[in-house]
Write a protein that binds this ligand. Structure first.
Ligand SMILES: C[S@@+](CC[C@H](N)C(=O)[O-])C[C@H]1O[C@@H](n2cnc3c(N)ncnc32)[C@H](O)[C@@H]1O
Length: 591
């Protein structure tokens, strides 16, 4: 059954799809070739390209800020821009850091108290966490962290680093955006299905969302009043079921500790919604606490928000890539449902699938599903559990792969309990399809890194001319810098899938770089030397400074052995050396 979505498509349809993608990305100097020297499809220059040329600029189809990065960077969940203010970014980082360290200490004492296995108690870890906590508090008082988090404290020179005011998700799940437009974009893309906060918190928004696929203007509540990030967060995410404040946008407790931001929890180490403990809520809907068992219908798709929370919890505890897979499934379903809806509204006169009411067959729904699936149709390669490289410490490969498959099966079961649309048949929620989507991220994803304005802020202070003014400023900033230590420069880190960038093959001597440093989620592919027409466009997937063997080991994660010119030359050189040694040719130092 799943074969419909996983069938191999003819070259013609791929060709026309990629032609449109090239056009959208303004990539007129390249073409997608379906087989490049046995490496599958690749990108090839159609004309001479000079060094420094921007080959194309592209936005991801789906992306996710790494969960363990939420404690380090408050960013727009749609475009990854840093939001809020320098003060809040600094306060949030310290808050999460403190909470994480406290968690490390608590974890130890808990297993101690439980009379658990002595060998599982990480006393060294607890000691280290304690020392780091002491170090932080020797520089910054808890009240200062609370003031930075709440925005009441002002840092010198910070007005030169203005960040957009955060716009909260209309349901108040904890996700923040840099603008109303970004909130709408995320909502319409997939968040309207994936947001775990139930309708009951804002019925007007849900009603509007249901009728049009987009709801009321974000940032306004049902009475039309403007919601601030703080208001929404404190209403929905600010307290969990134990009544503890959970967000660094809440004012932290007087001792600065109960704000409850646990980077560890956001990273998947935290408690489940059934056992709500402190959580980092920046963009982490699970932090909003369990919602009521409200089943809604959006564009004809049924969503059980409470079941969704269980899916979220499982993904946070096992593999965040399931959240990306959920985005793909949700975006595909929504797009298919909208295609059907548009056609129904136009009485079937416009091209597209006719309505069920008008006697449509299931083929109509399948063709809408296939049209919506197209952006991902050419990206998948193998199921996750088949594609993953077996870690060195695994003895039984078969068992390892069976475990991954079972994990994916659990995740899909939870997702299927939350989101249903029988009109489109069972294909999209088949295990092989789900596994192929997860596998697609394993083999094709691109890491996005957006540098932090906090780093720029501290650099500007550092670069001030020596003198009384700098001394005044550093009196305030140096303790913060000392408390943050290496954390001060942590960028926003995310992972993404892009239609065109994911066609570029790897080389250990690449002619291009792909980077995301503009702070608007766009990826820029840049020629780093002159590229003659007909040459393949290549980038590096790995750290190129590594020696041959380590590069090959890293590339195993992408499922291939690199045979680029550099690898072939280095392998030949190594073979030559081994041969020379075997023949007794002198190598190395003479005794
Ligand atoms: C991001 S995709 C690149 C596009 C891919 N060729 C395709 O057909 O979609 C990564 C996959 O391409 C193939 N690949 C990329 N670079 C390669 C290389 N240098 N040698 C062999 N295979 C490569 C591997 O199968 C890898 O898993």
């Amino acid at each position: 059954m799943s074969l419909l979505l996983l069938q191999t498509y003819d070259g013609e349809s791929q060709f026309s799809y990629y032609n449109q993608v090239l056009l959208d990305a303004n990539a007129s100097s390249t073409e997608v070739v379906l087989d490049v020297n046995g490496k599958g499809k690749g990108l090839v220059a159609t004309c001479d390209i000079t060094e420094g040329t921007t080959i194309f600029i592209e936005r991801p189809l789906v992306h996710l800020q790494h969960l363990d990065n939420h404690g380090s960077a408050i960013v727009c969940q749609a475009c990854l821009r840093f939001v809020g203010s320098i003060e809040r970014q600094v306060g949030h980082k310290l808050h999460c850091l403190v909470d994480q360290l406290r968690g490390a200490q608590r974890g130890t004492s808990l297993s101690d108290g439980d009379g658990g296995d002595e060998s599982e108690i990480d006393l060294d870890g607890a000691l280290e966490a304690g020392e780091r906590l002491e170090q932080i508090y020797s520089h910054v008082a808890p009240e200062q962290i609370a003031e930075l988090c709440s925005g009441t404290a002002k840092l010198p020179l910070s007005e030169g680093f203005q960040l957009p005011d955060p716009v909260p998700c209309r349901r108040g799940c904890g996700a923040l955006y840099c603008s109303a437009a970004c909130e709408v974009e995320a909502w319409e893309h997939s968040h309207c299905l994936l947001c775990p906060v139930s309708t009951s918190t804002d019925p007007a928004a849900a009603a509007a969302a249901d009728s049009s696929g987009s709801a009321q203007a974000p940032g306004t509540n049902s009475s039309g009043h403007s919601d601030t990030a703080e208001a929404v967060l404190s209403r929905h995410a600010g307290t969990n079921t134990t009544g503890q404040p959970t967000s660094s946008y809440d004012s932290a407790n007087a001792d600065g500790t109960a704000g409850g931001l646990a980077a560890g929890a956001a990273a998947g180490a935290g408690p489940s919604s059934a056992d709500p403990g402190p959580r980092c809520t920046s963009g982490d809907p699970a932090a909003a606490g369990p919602s009521e068992a409200v089943v809604e219908e959006l564009c004809g798709i049924s969503v059980d928000r409470r079941a969704l929370m269980s899916f979220w919890d499982h993904a946070r505890e096992t593999n965040e890539v399931f959240l990306l897979a959920a985005q793909v499934v949700a975006a595909t379903l929504l797009k298919a449902a909208r295609l059907v809806q548009v056609n129904e509204q136009s009485g079937g006169a416009t091209p597209g699938p006719p309505s069920r009411a008008a006697g449509a067959s299931s083929d109509v729904y399948q063709s809408a599903l296939l049209a919506a699936w197209q952006p991902f149709m050419y990206g998948w390669k193998r199921c996750w559990w088949e594609a993953v490289a077996v870690p060195d410490d695994v003895d039984d490969e078969e068992e390892f792969r069976a475990q991954l498959k079972s994990l994916a099966s659990d995740s899909l079961e939870l997702f299927s309990a939350a989101i249903k649309d029988p009109r489109f048949g069972p294909d999209l929620l088949q295990l092989e399809v789900y596994g192929s989507i997860v596998g697609m991220f394993e083999l094709n994803n691109m890491g996005l890194v957006v540098s932090s304005p906090v780093e720029d802020y501290f650099l500007e202070v550092d670069e001030m001319e020596e003198g009384p003014e700098k001394r005044e400023v550093t009196k305030v900033t140096q303790p913060l810098l000392d408390a943050l230590d290496a954390e001060y420069a942590t960028p926003c880190e995310a992972t993404a899938f892009l239609a065109l960038q994911s066609c570029i093959n790897h080389s250990c001597d690449p002619n291009c770089t792909a980077a995301c440093d503009t702070g608007d989620r766009t990826v820029i592919v840049l020629a780093q030397r002159d590229i003659p027409a007909g040459e393949e466009i290549t980038v590096s997937y790995i750290d190129l400074s590594l020696p041959y063997k380590e590069r090959q080991a890293d590339l195993r994660d992408y499922g291939f052995v690199c045979r680029c010119a550099r690898c072939v030359a280095e392998a030949a050189e190594a073979r030559g050396k081994r041969k020379g040694t075997a023949k007794g040719v002198k190598v190395g130092r003479r005794r």
